[in-house]
Design a protein around this ligand. Structure first.
Ligand code: FMN
Length: 183
């Protein structure tokens, strides 16, 4: 199975990237040892802020087309969303907006697992809820979702692993959803 994975943030010391790396390592151990995983860094997809005028003047940036094609060539997508003011980061929204001009169904019928890590206790509830509501509209199917709150306590950077039994179980349940045949 070919998995496209990314943390939806442009932060260099991203806790969502740490969660993503941990989830991928568990996925390879527990679900699919032969998984072919590609990890994208949003910093490699910097583009001007979307505007209809820019689109008319210079068209859709190559970086947006590349990201879109990478979704298209994957069997499944694993995303960990940083929550900024209750929503996705500006960095991800910009890539998303540009890709939506290629095709509004930008998830291209792929199954997704959505995750979020936050320092506070709400575990990205807002960003995960909005993604649950919006993703089908954009051609994606969320198969599993997990939010990890109070990251400082929930994750041990020495071992690169989650510390709480409940979080460990929730992540395992979400990842197992990719054991099913892709849509
Ligand atoms: C502009 C801004 C807004 C934020 N808004 C929220 C928020 O709404 N909810 C939340 O739980 N954390 C919020 N945070 C804290 C982020 O969850 C925290 O910075 C986290 O490390 C972001 O994930 P990342 O490290 O993967 O980029 C905010 C942080 C910033 C800089």
């Amino acid at each position: 199975m070919k998995i496209l994975a990314f943390a939806a943030t442009n932060s260099r010391n991203s806790i969502n990237r740490a969660l993503l790396d941990h989830a991928l390592s568990r996925f390879q151990k527990e679900v699919d040892v032969n998984a072919d995983i590609e990890i994208l860094d949003l910093n490699d997809f910097e583009m001007p802020i979307y505007s209809v005028d820019r689109e008319q003047d210079t068209g859709i940036p190559t970086a947006a087309k590349t990201f879109f094609e990478k979704i298209g060539s994957a069997d499944a997508v694993l995303v960990s969303f940083a929550e900024h003011n209750g929503f996705v980061t500006a960095a991800w929204k910009n890539i998303f907006d540009w890709m939506s001009r290629i095709d509004m169904k930008l998830w291209q019928n792929k199954p997704l697992i959505t995750m979020a890590a936050t320092p506070g206790p709400r575990a990205g509830a807002n960003v995960l809820q909005t993604q649950a509501m919006l993703t089908p509209h954009f051609g994606g199917e969320i198969r599993g979702s997990v939010g990890i709150g109070q990251w400082g306590d929930a994750f041990d950077p020495e071992t690169g692993s989650l510390t709480r039994d409940e979080d460990i179980r929730k992540l395992g349940d979400a990842l197992a959803a990719f054991a099913l045949e892709p849509a």
